[in-house]
Ligand binder design. Structure first.
Ligand code: NAD
Ligand code: G3P
Length: 351
């Protein structure tokens, strides 16, 4: 373990792409990161700066890490290609490099979201855009992992999912260190949906905290939120146990309680009365939960899966509903058993 070195390309120079590139370069992988913005490339490459001052300020990148605005050069360089761009831009960006991809490459999506128009997960987008020869070499990295903590080398554990265990195992062995432990699974749907849906619940917890509601409410949102995430993910083909793992409960707890979460921060500001558009306009970073709340609600309606918290967040975010009234309505629904096997069976029948 921890010995083999390879060529790593990172597509996306935001906070997470930068933190993962720092990790790969620190491991000794020859790492090249593509960023759209020239200022990101120059700040990473400038020997006097060596920092992504736009998206991950305050953390020096390893000397060996190089950045480029030439996406084709990054693809040509890589054996392992980490794709770390927000969900709405995945299809367009990957289409530009589709013809330069090579069948021996492994593409690892580190993105967490569900597209609005088509309700596709990133896995579904990639299998639509990427040549078929590469489908068995698609992998997904997810789990509780704030970029700023990974950039500081703080202990972190993630899950790598791939339909083929060999691809997941290769990524696992190339990226694991005593500070960054990678597990693996073949449950691509579970890992992807866990990472996407937890962002919606992080918005909910932020709103609750912003409204001044206490720890009881937050714990209830996390627990009942996990129940909704699990029902919806199972209806979409996930294994329920994945939702109790790093990409499900692990990331849910992190994002619902950690102050580094952008989604939780958007929720707090909404709960304190700011307008959504003003919050978004003030941020350079992406809060994927805003768009995913729409997709998740539409998927729940389409599959007839009961998700009252997700529906409530959808109404607050996209229909300007009053958050206090939504909380009251959600708490006043018909009383029921906590664990309802019929709901899970109904969700499982959707698979
Ligand atoms: N930041 C984290 O801690 C973290 C951790 C795990 C997963 N993620 C996920 O990683 C993904 C990327 O997030 P991030 O934090 O690296 O980004 P970020 O919020 O730091 O930066 C936004 C990124 O979006 C890119 N972008 C903006 N417009 C674009 C366009 N038209 N085409 C292509 N790219 C465009 C920017 O270049 C930049 O790389 C998201 O799905 C996020 O949920 C983030
Ligand atoms: O800052 P957030 O809310 O986008 O969360 C970042 C990561 O997904 C945490 O694992």
């Amino acid at each position: 373990m921890f010995t083999e070195r390879t060529n790593v390309g990172v597509i996306g120079g935001g906070a997470w792409g930068t933190a993962l590139a720092m990790h790969a370069a620190a491991m000794g992988h020859d790492t090249l990161i593509w960023a759209r913005e020239t200022e990101v490339v120059s700040s990473i490459n400038d020997p006097a700066v060596k920092e992504n001052t736009t998206y991950l300020q305050g953390y020096k990148v390893p000397e060996a890490l190089r950045a480029s605005n030439d996406i084709a050069a990054v693809v040509a360089h890589a054996e392992i290609l980490l794709m770390v761009i927000p969900t709405p831009f995945v299809a367009a960006t990957m289409s530009t490099i589709r013809d330069s991809l090579r069948p021996e490459q492994i593409i690892v999506s580190c993105t967490k979201g569900i597209l609005n128009d088509t309700l596709e997960t990133v896995n579904q987008i990639l299998t639509r855009v990427v040549p078929e020869a590469l489908h068995s070499r698609l992998a997904y990295l997810s789990g509780p992992s704030f970029a700023a903590e990974v950039a500081q080398g703080m202990p972190t554990a993630v899950t790598i999912a791939s339909k083929t265990d060999t691809a997941a195992a290769r990524v696992q062995s190339l990226f694991s260190t005593p500070r960054f432990r990678c597990y693996r699974t073949t449950d691509v749907e579970g890992v992807e949906l866990g990472g996407a849906l937890k962002n919606v619940l992080a918005l909910a917890c932020g709103i609750s905290d912003g409204l001044g509601f206490g720890c009881n409410g937050r714990a209830a949102l996390i627990t009942r939120g996990l129940s909704e995430m699990t029902r919806l993910a199972v209806a979409l083909g996930a294994h329920p146990l994945t939702m109790g793992g790093l990409a499900g409960m692990g990331d849910l707890v992190l994002t619902c309680t950690g102050d580094l979460s952008r989604n939780r921060t958007v929720g707090i500001r909404l709960g304190k009365g700011e307008k959504l558009q003003d919050i978004i306009d003030s941020m350079k970073a992406v809060a994927e939960g805003v768009l995913t709340s729409r997709s998740a609600h539409q998927l729940a309606l389409k599959l007839n899966v009961e998700c009252p918290i997700i529906a409530g967040i959808y109404r607050v975010i996209h229909e300007n509903a009053d958050a206090r009234a939504v909380v009251s309505e959600t708490m006043s629904r018909e009383l029921r058993a906590e664990v309802d096997p019929e709901l899970f069976e109904a969700a499982a029948r959707q698979r």
